[in-house]
Design a protein around this ligand. Structure first.
Ligand code: PEP
Ligand code: MN
Length: 328
């Protein structure tokens, strides 16, 4: 269940509601959103509509704050001067990894020339092998911040460790939780302590409900700014593409949650020839945005070169998705 308090409810009214819930041996979770206190309760119980309560929603699903029932009108998330969701589409593109200052600058220039507004580039890399390039770390964060200052592009990067959340949120505009960390609950709770928008990727074998519960961790810890990302799941097909893009997840998620839903066609595809068709499918299915890998010189990329688009292919992608957009 969810109890939404009125904007002008006072402390005493809130304490009374919380005490009533606790009396029934249930621990409520209270968060602040748009000046209102919202209380999430796991389980069914009797709640009287006492003074200060705006509404009581009977949400029986395990995920509550992220559920569409809680916000039927949908959510658009503000990222500095930009927005995503609820009719506003956002394209995020850039290299898999930030390799050098020059490579990052070169990527930023290409993105600017194509009209892309947000650059992705990982500085903390989750690599299958400990011998592979692990990312530039904190120095990479400084370069990303510098890119924003010099170009006006917003910047996005992955965070893997709870100890990096604060510093990363001071340097970039969007934080990303990679597929391998979708169920790193300590990391999700830490991301709830900042207000920086978070792209939460679906785990390699995660169900839709597990993804929504992972998002619920971030919201219930205090950060409402979550964007969900479908990036392909592991199936029996391993040769023809890296993962199987679950297109069905897009309309299902949009029905179950008010949060924006984006798609990463690059990690689903594993090779660049599939990225444009998968992007078109995602946009046609109602995705609120795309997260795409592009490298100035993909054949020389330090990671994921084979799935990174050439600049001219990103330009082609932008042209080809335009007619498919259902909104903005
Ligand atoms: C990435 O986007 O850089 C990445 C590592 O993707 P995923 O977590 O989806 O594998
Ligand atoms: Mn990658």
């Amino acid at each position: 269940m969810i109890v939404v308090m009125e904007k002008d409810a006072d402390r005493q009214e809130l304490d009374e509601v919380l005490a009533n819930i606790r009396k029934q041996n249930i621990e409520p979770v209270a968060i602040e959103e748009e000046g209102k206190t919202i209380i999430a309760i796991n389980g069914k119980m009797e709640i009287e509509k006492t003074k200060g309560i705006e509404k009581i929603l009977d949400i029986s699903k395990p995920f509550k704050l992220v559920s569409r029932e809680r916000k039927p009108e949908g959510t658009s998330i503000k990222i500095r001067n930009l927005e995503i969701g609820n009719g506003t589409f956002l394209l995020i593109a850039g290299p898999c990894s930030l390799e050098t200052r020059d490579q990052a600058m070169e990527s930023a220039k290409i993105l600017k020339s194509l009209g892309v507004k947000v650059m992705r580039a990982s500085v903390f890399k989750p690599r299958s092998s400990p011998y592979s390039f692990q990312g530039m770390g904190i120095e990479g964060l400084r370069i990303l911040k510098n890119i924003r200052e010099m170009t006006g592009l917003l910047v996005e990067t992955e965070v893997m460790d709870v100890r990096d959340v604060k510093i990363a949120s001071e340097h970039v505009d969007i934080l990303r939780v990679g597929a391998r960390n979708m169920q790193n609950y300590d990391l999700l709770k830490e991301l709830g302590k900042v207000k920086t928008p978070v792209i939460l990727k679906r785990g390699i074998s995660a169900t839709i409900e597990e993804l929504l519960l992972a998002a619920e961790y971030i919201l219930s810890s205090g950060n409402p700014n979550v964007i969900l990302c479908e990036r392909g799941i592991r199936t029996f097909e391993t040769k023809s593409y890296r993962n199987t893009l679950d297109i069905g997840a897009i309309p299902v998620l949009k029905r179950l949650t008010h949060l924006p839903v984006i798609v990463d066609p690059s990690h689903a595809a594993g090779n660049r020839e599939l990225v444009i068709p998968l992007s078109k499918a995602a946009v046609a299915a109602g995705a609120d945005g795309l997260l795409v890998e592009m490298h100035p010189d993909p054949d020389k990329a330090w990671s994921d070169g084979e799935q990174s688009l050439f600049p001219r292919q990103l330009s082609q992608l932008i042209d080809e998705i335009k007619p498919l957009m259902q909104h903005g």
